[in-house]
Design a protein around this ligand. Sequence first.
Ligand SMILES: C[C@H](O)[C@H](O)[C@@H](O)C(=O)CO
Ligand SMILES: [Mn+2]
Length: 425
Amino acid sequence: MRDKVETAYLEAKQLYERHGVDVEAALRKLAGIKISLHCWQGDDVRGFLRRGDALGGGIAVTGSYPGRASTPGELRSDLELALSLIPGKHKVNLHAIYADTDEDVDLDELQPRHFRGWIDWAKQNGLGLDFNPTLFSHPKAEDGFTLSHSDPAIRQFWIDHCKASRRIAESFGRELGQPCVTNHWLPDGYKDTPVDRWSPRARLREALDDIFADEIDETYNIDAVESKLFGIGSESYVVGSHEFYMGYAMSRGKTICLDAGHFHPTEVISNKLSSILMFADRLLLHVSRPVRWDSDHVITMDDELLEIARELVRGDLLPRTHIGLDFFDGSINHVAAWVIGVRNMQKALLRALLEPVEQLKRIELERDYTSRLALVEEFKSYPFGAIWDQFCRQAGVPVREKWLDEVKRHEKEVLQPREAGRGTP
Ligand SMILES: C[C@H](O)[C@H](O)[C@@H](O)C(=O)CO
Ligand SMILES: [Mn+2]
């Protein structure tokens, strides 16, 4: 007996097939796309090392929703719940401050053994790991500069931290049998207009060259660099701007990371993907949602998310793009934030995979712009939801908003007692 999910799926499938869309192939493709879940959504970017240090680097988390994780075990069990509500096999993206160790170790001394707990857990759960050196929330980053600092000793500390991070990432890649993407983001910049824009950039270029001088096989570790237009306290000048890293990555064979929240308010990254991948081998995305500023809101299925997904599909760019999420909303349930974000990313990709791309491209070449607009608009209301439901069903995860029941149960049984156990701060 067919149930409602399957009946709706078969009806929807027929509609897509009339336009030559291979729905089963689309689902197979979607099942193979890994999304990197950023661990820092789980605890408001606090981490486990040097817990006394406030969040720095010109980024901010607002909200104090109860139950954020405060130990590696809590964070992993929250991630396990999120992953059980999301179809497919994915990756988890760690920052260096999430080391799982009782040792009092500073960032420049970190070693793979400090992440043993994460590696074992990833193996047990069939997950990949990505990594980030943490160049913020530390006394040596307090004046807003790290790798471009004018003091050679401070610069060296951060160079050593990034080198240590790449060795940790390499061990992830070796142990887990899939490459770890290590993203380098640093907050360096000035609040007000600088006199000398050149020297910090020259120092950053030199520091990065030093960090990347140690050859690491890309089978295990892929280095990425992430630009930013401005941060809180670096409104006038950021050393690692988009142009800086475009030049750096292209000239050094490194991967560019585009964060959707790191550009001018009306500037979108979707329009950059085909240009960058025309010349670069691969790309890393930090899919985020800036609201008025780089506010890192949970991604919704808005026009830009759909356009990013369409670009990746229409240009056949998925095999060369690593998709990571980057938002941190402390005002809602931390597990729900992951689930909403990843499921939205996947739904946007599914919608793109269900478009009659070849037909649309042909129409465009024929300059039939009327049909192009008509079909693209009509396809927006095609029943992709029925295909998505079947995808969730096949993957053994809750269909539609049923996942919220699990999150609410967990909140009651785990998060509320966890928060109560912490007592009054
Ligand atoms: C915590 C992350 O490294 C951070 O969000 C970075 O990727 C960024 O986007 C900073 O604005
Ligand atoms: Mn980012």
